[in-house]
Design a protein around this ligand. Structure first.
Ligand code: 3HC
Length: 467
């Protein structure tokens, strides 16, 4: 299959990004929008994105011109008649998409492949709406499309042999890494990513920690490129809520119940970057560096932390202002439990701990160079371990290989390591034991260690089986 002219229908953020990716790879693009106003907005996205690359010196003015000249913009779908492939990126409404696919099927030549960039709808249902179900696939890009290195290529039970391979080869030509998967709600990335993001919203809703603290914990503690709330704002809260709904519809799992807080934000019209406000959006107040209110501190359970605080000028005393306790919990008015992950220090008080002690702990940890994350219990454990556990369940279900899941999360979401690589770095036993502790506390199936993880640890293994 030769793809020389490609149509992109819908030039919102994703569609325009996808058009740019094709044009950059030397492919002619016909970009279609419903009306002139939407077309102008689409052109604006293309110009802004390539303009930014020009500013950063990643494109020359000539290269930018060439890229833009490969894109023809039109409001007429009939202009897609010569396209070898059409990628659809219109809003996630099944009726619109079915109507579009019926239309494309009529307009496009019989050999053309029709692809959807849907993040949540069933590709098979779109295929069935056409007279060429064997040539309909998912081609799922990640936001921002010009940057993220993954394309999920979704084949269905009716896809003709060779189509998935040809579209995957095209993804390679675009400089992306394809991961070929079957048609299951959320595919690989959204099925793993969205429940984790939704879980972060639940923690916020339950007052476990504040928005910025949760974002800091996952970005600075785990090393993810964005915290869950920044990422929700990027993806769009409406899109995220819809994906959760589709996951729940298919799995009926507790893990996939959409957060009521997310629903409220969507109902309020706070959709993230696209509407100017989501979890972020109000101008953040300038934070003035706080001075530590504590001058004496005792650290119990970590010589490393004690040394760092001593080096930062804090002294021990018989009656310290605050006791930082690492490891086994202890109770006391001035005792604050601390867990250090990278440069993040999660801290929580017990029922006996005074608010003053928690504030002292926060301020002095900040002065000592940590990012303090006040929380009722560890945000990192709850969010990360459940997320990793989902990846083990996905692999065990036979949907995707360990290599594909790792590659998908690295390239689709910019993770420094895939979930399996991450579990191996942390230690399988630590992840399993962390899950067991969370399960004992919450009795939620999300935290019950996946049988494969449990068995590997029981067998004394510290790596997952790879083919
Ligand atoms: N368009 C084009 N290029 C962009 C861009 C955009 N919107 N945003 C960033 N870039 C480019 C920059 O020009 C820069 O390129 P350079 O390094 O060659 O100069 C590069 O990307 C890095 O950008 P910045 O330095 O400005 O910003 P960061 O280093 O903070 O990176 C990020 C930004 C790439 C978005 C990074 O934070 C990241 O990887 N975040 C995770 C995003 C993610 O998870 N996406 C997937 C969401 S799920 C999804 O899309 C599926 C859907 O179905 C819901």
């Amino acid at each position: 299959m030769v793809f020389e002219t490609v149509g992109v229908v819908g030039l919102g953020t994703m569609g325009a990004g996808i058009a740019e990716v094709f044009a950059r790879a030397g492919i002619r693009v016909v970009g279609v929008e419903a009306d002139q106003e939407a077309l102008d907005r689409g052109l604006g996205h293309l110009e802004a994105s390539t303009g930014r690359a020009l500013e950063k010196g990643r494109l020359s003015a000539g290269e930018r011109e060439e890229i833009l000249s490969r894109v023809t913009l039109t409001t007429s779908r009939d202009d897609l008649r010569d396209a070898d492939l059409v990628v659809e990126a219109i809003p996630e409404v099944m009726e619109y998409k079915v109507a579009l696919f019926t239309d494309l099927d009529r307009i496009c030549k019989p050999s053309a492949v029709l692809a959807t960039n849907t993040s949540s709808l069933q590709v098979t249902a779109l295929a069935a709406a056409t007279g060429r179900p064997g040539r309909v696939v998912g081609m799922h890009f990640f936001n921002p499309a010009p940057v993220m290195g993954l394309v999920e290529v979704v084949g269905t039970v009716v896809t003709e042999p060779g189509v998935v391979t040809s579209v995957s080869d095209l993804a390679v030509r675009l400089g992306k890494t394809p991961v070929a998967v079957g048609d299951r709600a959320g595919f690989v990335v959204n099925r793993l990513l969205l429940p984790y993001l939704n879980h972060a919203v639940t923690l916020l809703d339950h007052g476990v920690a504040a928005r910025d603290d949760i974002d800091n914990a996952m970005r600075l503690g785990v090393g993810l490129p964005m915290g869950p709330f920044s990422l929700l704002d990027l993806i769009g809260l409406d899109t995220s809520y819809e994906i959760m709904g589709v996951l729940f519809e298919e799995s009926r799992s507790e893990r996939h119940v959409p957060s009521p807080l997310l629903r409220s934000y969507v109902a309020a019209g706070w959709l993230g970057r696209k509407s100017g406000r989501g979890f972020y959006g109000e101008s953040a107040a300038e934070s003035t560096p706080e001075k530590a209110a504590a001058s004496t501190v005792r650290v119990e359970g970590s010589q490393e932390l004690a040394a760092t605080l001593a080096a930062a000028g804090f002294k021990d005393s018989a009656e310290p202002d605050v006791v930082l306790r690492v490891g086994e919990a202890a109770l006391g008015e001035r005792v604050v439990q601390v867990r250090v992950t990278g440069k993040v220090a999660e801290l929580s008080g017990s029922v006996l701990t005074s608010r003053q002690a928690v504030l002292c702990a926060r301020d002095l940890l900040r002065v000592a160079g940590y990012t303090p994350v006040p929380c009722r219990r560890s945000v990192i454990d709850a969010l990360l371990y459940a997320h990793l556990n989902d990846a083990v369940h996905m692999y065990s279900s036979g949907y995707a290989s360990i290599a594909d899941i790792d590659a998908a999360m690295r390239l689709g979401c910019g993770y420094p390591q895939g979930p399996f690589e991450l579990m191996e770095s942390i230690g399988l036993a630590k992840v399993r034991d962390g899950l067991r502790a969370l399960y004992a506390e919450h009795l939620s199936p999300s935290f019950a260690p996946a049988p494969l993880l449990d068995q590997l640890v029981t067998a004394g293994l510290d790596a997952f089986p790879r083919a």
